[in-house]
Write a protein that binds this ligand. Sequence first.
Ligand code: PMP
Ligand code: GLN
Length: 386
Amino acid sequence: LNRRLAEFGTTIFAEMSALAAATGAINLGQGFPDTDGPEEVREAAVRALRDGRGNQYPPGPGVPELRTAIADHQRRRYGLSFDPDTEVLVTAGATEAIAATLLALLEPGDEVVALEPYYDSYAACIAMAGATRVPVTLRPDPEQARFRLDLDELRDAVTGRTRLLLINTPHNPTGTVLTREELTAIAELAVERDLLVVTDEVYEHLVFDEAEHVPLATLPGMRERTVTIGSSGKTFSFTGWKVGWVTAAPGLVTAVRSAKQFLTYVSSGPFQYAVAEALALPDSYFADFRADMRVKRDLLAAGLADAGFAVFRPAGTYFVTTDIRPLGESDGFAFCRSLPERAGVVAIPNAVFYDHREEGAPFVRFAFCKRVSVLEEAATRLKALA
Ligand code: PMP
Ligand code: GLN
């Protein structure tokens, strides 16, 4: 393994899912639903396979039906208009979108300012591009209600070498949804310093209560300098299909496509047709999905609080971040390694998402995209810790 990748080892998700399999513990670590997405969307995939749509190499940018559906979705939900031919690119999940975007846009030595804790592939892709990550740490606000971005720290992190800002909202793992004010400040900074912004919005449909998902590309000055990343895995509960996308101005999409063509060349065909149908589902699908996840959030958050964790009630995503210090613990890694034995549950130590590991040490993430019965059983088991 080369020096760029040596520090990353095996992803925490593989490690913790293997631990769950080996111990029989309930896996609230890796974020994937334990119920598949809509039947009619699965049927659409079967139809595409049977009808021979996408069984041979589909077009490099993605099948036209899906690019059009992505553009329609962005227009319908956010009033953003993208040309399906020049401003939309289908990728092998958001993971490839992140990799292709960073490999396409970064020069060796460039700096990327990213919100810490960050999704683990960001750091690895920045490293593969030979660039340097500059983390800006989200910290619990004084009321401990949510993890917050310090806008002064963000501004201070930008230097003459900064090429782009890498944003994620709703935010994995903290569950924070950046507010319009925070995003406006990010947009103003990007315009002032002439930066590109890559924004990972894969949890766009998972926002709860009063929280609102504001796509960065809707803010003044951002349409031309933003690469927005989305994924069908989260919104439709098909994480195994690996259909993601990028929307951006033509020059940026062309650049990302240049990298994508040498990563996967094209993305898997039949699922693209099915996701095109999924994106056209009525608004009620999205509302029901959100309502279902909100119930699950409340259930797991209450269970964790009962078990003695300090809980950061997430405004978005399907993750709850907790602080384990009220349990008399301080090392999330050690805690997560012992949790299967102590309580029959698997969780993720947030420290893996930090460069400043000490900042993340006491935080542990639990996924709630699971059946109610599974969450209830996990809550019962976790009470053993109290
Ligand atoms: N970004 C974030 C913030 C995520 O949580 C995930 C989920 N693994 C991804 C990207 C990757 O999405 P996909 O499964 O579509 O590659
Ligand atoms: N996004 C999911 C998570 O954060 C799954 C990640 C993965 O398996 N790479 O848990």
